[in-house]
Ligand binder design. Structure first.
Ligand code: HEC
Length: 187
């Protein structure tokens, strides 16, 4: 009897331990995730802003079209992770969210609507992969390409975007909106 109980306890603890992170691990992944998301944001905005200065949206949009994914891919290699920028309203269908990413974005939007603080999330999935998620918020600089057509988003830029992204959903944003999320998967 005792043996059986001991066996059961071991079994249960083994199962429950497989998919959880210790406090320290959570802290470490949070730290790493924040650092990587910050570096990626910086890298993308530096490129974007220099293209905008050189030739406005007419130059920056094609640049994003060709370079946004390669830039995140090269950072993914550098940090040995997979970096993704995703949204519930994507411009590039390659950035379409997974089921979990969609849930995370919905959670962030709900928190935002209640006026609550949005913080990064660290978790482990059924396959033991560690994930980091953080919100991407719209600021003034984003509106020339993600704002409202005929207002901050010129008709000209909008038509340029639509020729490259016929299924574009990423418009009509306001400052402070949840644009999407960083999704970083640790290898
Ligand atoms: C010069 C125009 C331009 C500006 C300014 C701009 N974006 Fe974008 N954005 C794009 C384009 C083009 C894409 C599609 C990139 C691709 O093909 O991967 C995109 C894609 C994204 C994506 C990936 C998800 C998706 O919809 O495909 C996010 C997230 C995003 N932008 C957020 C922002 C934020 C936040 C800002 C402001 C800090 C911003 N963008 C400013 C043009 C722009």
């Amino acid at each position: 009897m005792f043996k059986k109980v001991a066996f059961l306890i071991t079994l249960v603890s083994l199962i429950s331990c497989t998919n959880s992170l210790s406090k320290q691990e959570k802290k470490d992944y949070l730290q790493k995730g924040k650092e990587i998301a910050k570096a990626s944001f910086k890298e993308l905005s530096n490129h974007l802003m220099s293209q905008m200065q050189m030739g406005g949206p007419a130059q920056a949009v094609p640049f994003c079209n060709v370079q946004a994914i390669p830039v995140t891919e090269s950072l993914s290699n550098k940090y040995n992770v997979t970096i993704k920028r995703t949204s519930d309203k994507v411009r590039n269908p390659k950035n379409t969210p997974t089921k979990r990413e969609q849930e995370v974005i919905s959670t962030y939007k709900a928190l935002k609507a209640k006026g609550e603080k949005l913080t990064p999330i660290v978790e482990i999935d059924a396959a033991n992969k560690k994930h980091f998620y953080a919100p991407i918020i719209v600021n003034k600089k984003c509106l020339s390409c993600h704002g409202t057509k005929g207002e901050e988003l010129s008709v000209k830029t909008d038509s340029l975007i639509k020729t490259m992204y016929p299924k574009d959903l990423a418009v009509d944003y306001k400052i402070g909106d949840v644009r999407g999320a960083w999704s970083i998967t640790f290898n």
